[in-house]
Design a protein. Structure first.
Length: 214
């Protein structure tokens, strides 16, 4: 890939080690490669024509690790736009990983002991919806901490949480963040003054701990 000319630049928004927003300028290279099967299997499997995409930051940053992505795909890449599209897909991988973490660690999907595939399918379908809602609410709370709870919760859900977690917040404190803490408390979150804001896993555990909320 060092022999390939830069095909274009691409800017992405990132955060440094302190959590502050930053911008990274990536140099994009791509080329087709031909991958042969193992010697003992060349009669059974054909060679693969793939595209390698290399995106490397132009300048080494001071407060974070330098970005260098190396992707291999069998999807067509014939332009800078095609390469950027694949890079943007790759940049979403952490959201997919967080979603599966909620599904596994928060909802404990792998711990279920149902005896039929249909019952397991139904349970995982419900957990997928629940996991996405938890992920969405926690991300919404980070981007808009002063959002009202009705932005993510129905009136019935708010009423259930008020009954399950009995407290008396002062006027003006009933925000989405307040109800996320209630959800997390159902899963064991202590909500001490020194505790960080509850994350996806603790909120997922809270939803799983309360059949009424489900």
């Amino acid at each position: 890939m060092d022999e390939v000319a830069v095909k274009g630049l691409h800017c992405i928004d990132v955060r440094n080690n302190n959590g502050d927003p930053d911008e990274a300028v990536l140099e994009i290279r791509y080329r087709k490669i031909r991958v042969l099967p193992p010697i003992g299997k060349q009669k059974r499997y054909p060679a693969l024509t793939l595209t390698e995409i290399h995106a490397e930051e132009r300048v080494t940053p001071k407060n974070r690790k330098k970005i260098e992505w190396k992707l291999i795909t069998d999807l067509p890449v014939s332009s800078r736009t095609d390469a950027i599209e694949k890079l943007e897909w790759y940049a979403l991988r952490w959201k997919i990983e967080v979603f599966h973490k909620i599904l596994k660690s928060g909802c404990k999907a792998e711990a279920s002991k149902l005896r039929t595939a249909q019952r397991l399918t139904n349970l995982i379908s419900l957990f997928c919806i629940l996991s996405w809602r938890v992920f969405w609410m926690t991300m919404l709370n980070r981007s808009a901490p002063d959002a009202t709870p009705t932005l993510a919760l129905t009136a019935t859900e708010i009423g259930v949480l008020d009954r399950l977690v009995n407290d008396k917040p002062r006027a003006g404190q009933k925000m989405l963040s307040h109800y996320l803490i209630k959800i997390a408390r159902l899963g064991g979150y202590l909500a001490r003054a020194s505790d960080p804001t509850p994350g996806n896993t603790s909120c997922g555990a809270g939803c799983r701990a309360s059949p009424t909320l489900l």
